[in-house]
Write a protein that binds this ligand. Structure first.
Ligand code: GDP
Ligand code: MG
Length: 168
């Protein structure tokens, strides 16, 4: 089994931390060398059963000019080539315009499972999790999977990996 997973999310939600936890120091090796025109391979997770290639989607923010616009379009085109998309949000902050901008574009993606990863749950009171998740279900695509995770603590990350591998 093998496939591509595109990771998307506004800055500081924990995308790099999550990738580091999954692929460790391989990120540093890969990020300098493996580069295609559009997608930067951030790391490869390999088991006996599967190989998962993670790509980042740089420059995903509200464009300020035509170059920015071009970069955003390139970033989003990567989404259409992925086998699965992980949309990472920060559980410790309210849904904001940066999240909304990405969500609008995710609505255009068809036939690719989109995961909502609610990261930093270690900063959250357990009772608050459901309302955080609910805030990302309004005015959004139907998420294929919802995973509360903590990239720093490692909570639920192995379950997430197992799940994505089972979909490849
Ligand atoms: P990126 O911009 O999305 O790649 O975000 P980073 O991975 O650089 O993380 C931004 C900040 O959030 C860093 O200070 C991380 O240590 C912190 N962070 C990431 N994941 C978690 C988490 O699960 N819990 C907590 N408490 N902090 C986190
Ligand atoms: Mg990062």
């Amino acid at each position: 089994k093998s496939g591509f997973v595109a990771i998307i999310g506004r800055p500081n939600v924990g995308k790099s931390t999550l990738l580091n936890r999954i692929v460790g120091e391989k990120i540093a090796i890969m990020s300098d060398k493996a580069q295609t025109t559009r997608n930067k391979i951030q790391g490869i997770y390999t088991t006996d059963e599967a190989q998962v290639v993670f790509i980042d989607t740089p420059g995903v923010h509200k464009p300020q000019n035509s170059l920015g616009d071009f970069m955003v379009k390139s970033a989003f085109s990567a989404l259409h080539e992925a086998d699965a998309i992980w949309f990472v949000v920060d559980a410790s902050m309210e849904r904001g315009r940066g999240d909304d901008f990405i969500i609008e574009r995710l609505k255009e993606v068809k036939n690719t499972p989109i995961y909502l990863l609610v990261n930093k749950v270690d900063l959250l009171a357990p009772n608050d999790l459901l309302s955080v998740i609910a805030s990302y279900q309004e005015n959004a695509p139907e998420w294929s999977e919802v995973f509360p995770i903590s990239a720093t603590e490692g909570d639920n990350v192995s379950e997430l990996l197992e799940n994505v591998v089972s979909h490849l």
